[in-house]
Design a protein around this ligand. Structure first.
Ligand code: FAD
Ligand code: NAP
Length: 304
């Protein structure tokens, strides 16, 4: 029986583990991949306090290393379901069931797909959702980045170090990204824009992507464009399927909590990107994690 089981070791989960472990309670953290979460897919982080600039994987390791001096149990597993049996919670993975007094859901968010013809077919054959992972494979190519948020604009600029050119296609005529990221893209000679337009189809050969068909949403004009690679950044959805039956999410699947990170089920907390909240960032994920890591200790104290 764990005092707390944390699901997900992104920045939110790792911070919760640090705070909970320092309270000397029995902590397990279940993760399906490497620690770090979305940070592992991030090129440069420039808005995490204490660092002028740091790569995502490096910040992930910096968050993970201090946990090694505590008895946090790292468990590999893909969580399928969380069950609430009152004082005991069960976390069901693909190959085991764990019991805990409290559960902290820190499963984050996952990139969306466009859902157009050719996207699935050419994924990993020129279509990518991770510039850090795949960018270097596209040296001297003309690349397309889809989206107008922080991810699209930041990663488009990152890709210019490899690419011949990077074109951002956005469905409106104004970017959603932070101003500082916009300025960087606008002042980069390699970055071009196609406004008010959406990708209708991704085309390719037997082997790889060759281009896209796009539609201008204002004029209805259809055109064909050649690209060697397509990076899709059209937002994220919550990873909350494991609590779908518990009635703690909104209609879109974001988990509802109070300011103490408590869901409506006593003993089940949620933190980080999976929560319904305004600002999904590493700094806010870490803040949520600290609150929940401390909160589970107080909850357990009050149980006894
Ligand atoms: P995540 O980082 O999503 O971690 C969730 C973890 O849960 C993952 O490790 C996942 O494997 C695990 N998990 C999920 N489901 C299961 C399951 N069923 N079983 C077991 N484990 C599971 N923020 C900034 O502040 N600055 C930036 O510069 C920045 N750049 C970004 C660039 C990109 C391209 C992206 C996509 C995001 C960026 N962000 C940035 C946002 C930031 O990465 C997130 O806000 C932050 O990682 C959220 O942390 P989290 O711990 O809540 O979730
Ligand atoms: P986002 O902010 O939700 O932006 C998604 C973008 O994709 C929007 O511009 C949206 O257009 C567009 N879009 C959505 N669906 C589309 C579709 N079907 N077809 C075409 N375009 C579509 O998502 P994100 O940029 O991935 O960011 C996710 C979170 O991570 C945010 O909280 C963000 O702040 C954070 N993040 C932070 C940083 C940083 O701080 N440096 C970097 C990356 C990410 P509209 O604008 O018209 O809605």
């Amino acid at each position: 029986m764990y005092d707390t089981l944390i699901i997900g070791s992104g920045p939110a989960g790792m911070t919760a583990a640090l705070y909970a472990a320092r309270s000397n309670i029995k902590v397990g953290i279940i993760e399906q991949g490497a620690p770090g979460g979305q940070m592992n897919n991030t090129s440069d982080i420039e808005n995490y306090p204490g660092y002028d600039r740091i790569s995502g994987p490096e910040l992930a390791m910096n968050m993970y290393t201090p946990l090694e001096k505590f008895e946090v149990e790292n468990i590999y597993g893909i969580v399928q379901r969380v069950e609430d049996a009152g004082a005991v919670k069960r976390v069901v993975t693909d190959d085991n069931t764990y019991e805990a007094k409290t559960v902290i859901l820190a499963t984050g968010a996952k990139h969306r797909t466009l859902g157009v013809t050719g996207e699935e077919e050419y994924t990993s054959r020129g279509v990518s959702y991770c510039a850090v992972c795949d960018g270097a494979f596209f040296r001297n190519q003309d690349l397309l980045v889809v989206g107008g948020g922080d991810s699209a604009v930041e990663e488009a600029v990152y890709l210019t170090q490899f690419a011949k050119s990077v074109t951002i296609i956005h469905r409106r005529d104004a970017l959603r990204a932070q101003k500082i990221l916009q300025d960087r893209a606008f002042s980069n000679d390699k970055v071009h824009f196609i406004w008010d337009s959406v990708v209708k189809e991704i085309k390719g050969t037997d082997v790889k992507v060759s281009g896209v068909t796009i539609e201008n949403v204002k004029t209805g004009e259809i055109s064909e464009h050649d690209f060697g690679g397509i990076f899709i950044y059209v937002g994220v959805d919550p990873v909350s399927h494991m609590v779908a039956d518990l009635g703690i999410t909104d209609e879109a699947g974001w988990v509802l909590t109070d300011e103490h990170m408590r869901t409506s089920i006593p003993g089940i907390f949620a933190i980080g990107d999976v929560r319904q909240k305004d600002l999904r960032q590493i700094a806010t994920a870490v803040g949520d994690g600290a609150i929940a890591g401390q909160g589970v200790y107080q909850y357990i104290e009050n149980m006894s």
